[in-house]
Design a protein around this ligand. Structure first.
Ligand code: HEC
Length: 218
């Protein structure tokens, strides 16, 4: 609506401007009444305000109609924004009835890991680096160094704890709740587990059929 109105106004202005310029050269040849009518029509048209001045309230404006004088009304209790029911508490907070979630609800399929790697590389690697040892570019430029993901302690924390850290932040690290959806947070966690395994695996973790491809003795 707005653009259309603006475009129309621009067009009107263009026409008005053109007529006035042309008018100066052609006034001598046109009867004065015609010139006056054209001027009147264009000037009157330019004065239209249309939707410009709407009888509406801006956010946080005062409105004496309500007892609390606020034009912006509080949400009705229990209201849920469309698409945000978020009823699965374990999925959306990382903590279930029996404490932090221990099993990633997305599992660790190839798609989940690929998505997790992509999001991790975007949001986490600037500090935690691509492998998770905590020497990302921002750290090399002076930001506080995060702990490595490859310590016994971080390998042992439940998935729900990692979810909590991404969601709420941790010390010097900010919350990523507004940038990373809950689903992507779980995907990142699956990928962090893959990173941890990549730095802490033994030959016994590799399926027997794959061992020869690693150059190991069969
Ligand atoms: C701007 C830098 C930065 C980014 C980006 C960042 N972190 Fe951190 N992270 C830190 C720092 C610094 C700490 C240590 C905070 C402290 O001890 O004060 C930390 C700590 C952590 C910890 C360790 C918690 C513990 O118990 O020791 C985890 C897990 C973690 N971050 C995960 C992530 C994940 C996942 C992402 C991406 C979604 C991420 N971080 C993005 C800087 C960052």
């Amino acid at each position: 609506m707005k653009t259309t109105w603006r475009a129309a106004r621009r067009r009107r202005r263009g026409v008005a401007g053109g007529l006035l310029v042309a008018g100066t050269a052609a006034t001598a040849r046109r009867p004065p009444v015609v010139v006056a009518v054209i001027l009147l029509v264009t000037v009157a048209a330019a004065c239209r305000q249309d939707m410009h001045d709407q009888p509406k309230y801006q956010p946080f404006e005062r409105n004496p109609f309500f007892a609390d004088q606020r034009a912006s009304r509080p949400l009705v209790p229990g209201v849920v924004a469309r698409g945000h029911l978020d009823a699965d508490q374990a999925f959306y907070t990382g903590t279930g009835p029996s404490g932090p979630v221990t099993a990633n609800p997305l599992g660790s399929t190839r798609d989940v890991l690929l998505r997790g790697r992509e999001r991790y590389d975007i949001y986490c690697s600037p500090c935690h680096d691509r492998v998770g040892s905590g020497e990302g570019m921002i750290v090399l430029r002076g930001f506080k160094q995060p702990p490595t993901f490859h310590s016994e302690r971080v390998r042992g924390v439940p998935d729900g704890y990692l979810f909590h850290v991404i969601t709420n932040g941790f010390g010097a690290m900010a919350s990523y709740a507004s940038q990373i959806s809950a689903r992507d947070r779980w995907a990142i966690i699956a990928y962090i587990r893959a990173l941890q395994l990549s730095q802490h695996a033994t030959l016994a973790d590799v399926p027997e059929s794959e061992r020869t491809t690693l150059g190991a003795a069969p």
